[in-house]
Write a protein that binds this ligand. Structure first.
Ligand SMILES: [Zn+2]
Length: 372
């Protein structure tokens, strides 16, 4: 038998071939622009993590030849923020490259590169928000408490990188169309706010070249040990700068009152979700949030209510009272961690909104039979 291996295709190139189209493959090995550099970070993180690699290899396989890894990542949230800026501020942002990558930083990030500043947001964050919102928002619908709490478990598992990122094939349950549409609007406002927060660091001159640190992009939250993943040089911001960037992300764009109400309320739900996640991490690891450069989510929630000029549709007292709901949910989290940390949070796979063959779940789908 005469087996010939193509000598010009090293194994690394083979791995990228499974998730990139031909033109993208060339870009990975021949970086010429900031966009290429961002694309390389995105592709490398996927190739280095088998679970992500499996999802993206399947996405390419089932795309019927029309695949672009770059186009599979949205940029609408960055552009919606930039579109709402005046010409001067928009021009200032032109030297920034932006896009989503996979990262377990529970926020956006602005970092340095040889190609100028780059802003990224974790692709996982959008899914985290989608599931956390289902826990936190009333949606004028009687959503069972079990569905709301299962949704929070999925959200937390997404942040822990324990949940398979295959929601496009296995959405984890059936969410009524009305809620889905409402939730999509909230998520897009949250992503716009998060993108705006990072652009605001740049516009408010928080980018101090002396104040930088190396960090892993995508690391195991449960591990304290050595981590050999790719690192990036981030700008460190002070707590004060974080509050300023939050307020600027809302006040600087020219939003009409309706859009401003939407972005403020969506941002408050984002901080509420982040507060629950921080509580989970504190309960499991004993690591308290809000001690370093980053203020705790609940401080950011309160700062937003106190430092942004609220529209007439936002009732400050109602939002201050809303924090009591978070205390109730935290009791659920404590109980869950005490009773079933291992079974619920420390395995890789999929969690669902409800049991199979029920209203919120639908038919039991079987991996590699009903989807790939
Ligand atoms: Zn920040």
């Amino acid at each position: 038998m005469d087996i010939k291996f193509p000598e010009d295709i090293p194994s690394q190139r083979m791995a990228f071939r499974h998730i990139c189209n031909d033109e993208e493959l060339e870009r990975v090995f021949n970086i010429k622009s900031p966009e290429d550099y961002l694309f390389l970070i995105r592709a490398e993180t996927i190739v280095d993590h088998m679970r992500l690699f499996r999802v993206y290899r399947n996405k390419k396989l089932y795309s019927k030849g029309n695949w672009s890894l770059e186009d599979s990542f949205d940029t609408y949230h960055f552009e919606q923020f930039l579109d709402a800026l005046n010409d001067t501020h928009r021009k200032e942002c032109e030297e920034i490259t932006y896009g989503n990558i996979f990262s377990n930083k529970a926020s956006g990030t602005i970092f340095t590169s040889n190609y100028g500043p780059i802003i990224t947001i974790s692709e996982s964050l959008e899914y985290f928000l989608k599931f956390a919102n289902l826990t936190l928002i009333d949606f004028d619908t009687d959503i069972p408490v079990s569905v709301r709490f299962n949704s929070l478990r999925i959200a937390i598992r997404i942040m822990l990188q324990q949940e398979a990122m295959d929601f496009h094939m296995d959405p984890r349950g059936i969410i009524p169309k009305k809620i889905q549409n409402w939730n999509n609007i909230v998520v897009s406002n949250q992503m716009k706010f998060i993108a705006g927060h990072e652009f605001s660091h740049y516009l408010c001159d928080h980018i101090d070249k002396k104040n930088i640190c190396e960090e892993n992009i995508y690391k195991d939250i449960f591990s304290d040990g050595e981590n050999h993943n790719k690192t990036i040089t981030f700008y460190n911001q002070s707590q004060t700068e974080e509050f300023i960037a939050d307020a600027t992300s809302i006040e600087l764009p020219n939003y009409n009152p309706h859009d401003k109400t939407m972005v403020i309320t969506s941002a408050l739900y984002w901080f509420a979700a982040l507060d629950l996640y921080e509580h989970f991490i504190e309960k499991v690891t004993g690591r308290k949030s809000g001690l370093g450069e980053h203020p705790s989510a609940i401080k950011r929630y309160e700062s937003l209510l106190n430092n942004v000029s609220l529209t007439k549709d936002i009732n400050k007292q109602e939002w201050l009272d809303y924090q009591k709901n978070l205390d109730v949910i935290k009791e659920f989290i404590n109980n869950d961690v005490d009773k079933q940390l291992e079974q619920t949070y420390r395995f890789y796979g999929s969690c669902y909104l409800a049991e199979p063959n029920t209203k919120w779940r639908g038919k039991h789908l079987i991996d590699r039979k009903d989807y790939y």
